[in-house]
Design a protein around this ligand. Structure first.
Ligand code: DHB
Ligand code: FE
Length: 279
């Protein structure tokens, strides 16, 4: 049976793509952010996952407001990026792990999560940039399964629902008849708000408490809050932290914290990074 090695949660911001393109990793603005990934690179070199299940939120590249699934999953042979209007170069295509995609689809629907199945799927900055942060040479050594959670058009799924989705994904991966080594990647958050009167809003106290909660005895602490309460605490785009909850849910009952970084701000975002391993 497949094994889950660990989970990485990280923020995503389009400006990271420009910084990579311009080679600004050691620039004083960017250094504290990029340096945070070095322990993750060391862990990856040792753990050598074969497959990555990626929880992320599409921002309008693959799904637009006319059709917005709450949960969706890729089952494509490969996934490409496309210009989102940022002018940053596209990354190489990602090979899909279709056998795991279909196993997850069967298992999740059986488990009462009715995801939209996508046999073609463009992946946006929320997918491509965290992958480029984990594997800077962009010669992807892994196959991928993208899972999207809607955080763009209300109503959004609750924190509790995303937690349960993650648990169901974790159960399904562990029941997959394969000797593959799987990791989970969740991208989004932490606190940020790009629009409205609170544009620029960041909530460090909340972010740190949220990160702590993912390793403490009560990892589902955030599920006590409604989506609106989470938006109040973390900002309209900070709600992307739902990806962190799904990722944590997939890792099982208890985890150890292998690494974390927190740096304010990158663009308008509180940039968080965690690497957790199941115990
Ligand atoms: C920014 C953050 C995001 O999560 C995003 O999707 C786009 C932009 C930002 O801080 O600039
Ligand atoms: Fe985003």
């Amino acid at each position: 049976m497949a094994q889950i090695l660990g989970g990485v949660m990280t923020s995503h911001v389009p400006a990271i793509g420009r910084a990579i393109h311009k080679g600004l990793q050691d620039d004083p603005y960017w250094q504290p952010f990029f340096a945070g990934f070095q322990p993750v690179h060391q862990w990856l070199a040792q753990a050598r996952p074969d497959v990555v299940v990626v929880f992320y939120n599409d921002h309008g590249l693959n799904f637009f407001l006319d059709k917005m699934p709450t949960f969706s999953i890729g089952a494509a042979p490969e996934y490409r990026n496309a210009d989102e209007g940022w002018g940053i170069p596209q990354v190489p295509a990602f090979p899909g792990e279709q056998d795991l995609s279909w196993h997850l689809i069967e298992s999740l629907v059986e488990d009462e999560f009715d995801l939209t199945t996508c046999q073609e799927m463009l992946v946006d900055h929320a997918f491509t940039l965290p992958m480029a942060l984990l594997w800077p040479d962009q010669a992807w050594p892994v196959k991928v399964v993208p899972i999207c959670i809607n955080t763009v058009q209300f109503p959004l799924p609750t924190a509790a629902r995303c937690w349960k989705l993650g648990q169901a994904v974790g159960r399904a991966v562990r029941a997959w008849d394969s000797d593959a080594k799987v990791m989970v990647l969740g991208t989004g958050g932490l606190s940020h708000q790009l629009d409205g009167e609170r544009a620029g809003f960041i909530n460090k106290d909340f972010d740190l408490q949220f990160m702590d909660s993912l390793v403490s005895d009560h990892p589902d602490w955030a599920t006590q809050f409604s989506v609106h309460e989470l938006v109040e605490k973390a900002g309209t785009q900070g709600i992307e932290l739902l990806m962190w909850l799904a990722t944590r849910g997939a890792l099982g009952d208890s985890v150890e914290e292998v690494h974390r970084n927190y740096h304010i701000p990158i663009s308008n975002t509180a940039a968080g990074l965690m690497l957790l391993a199941p115990t």
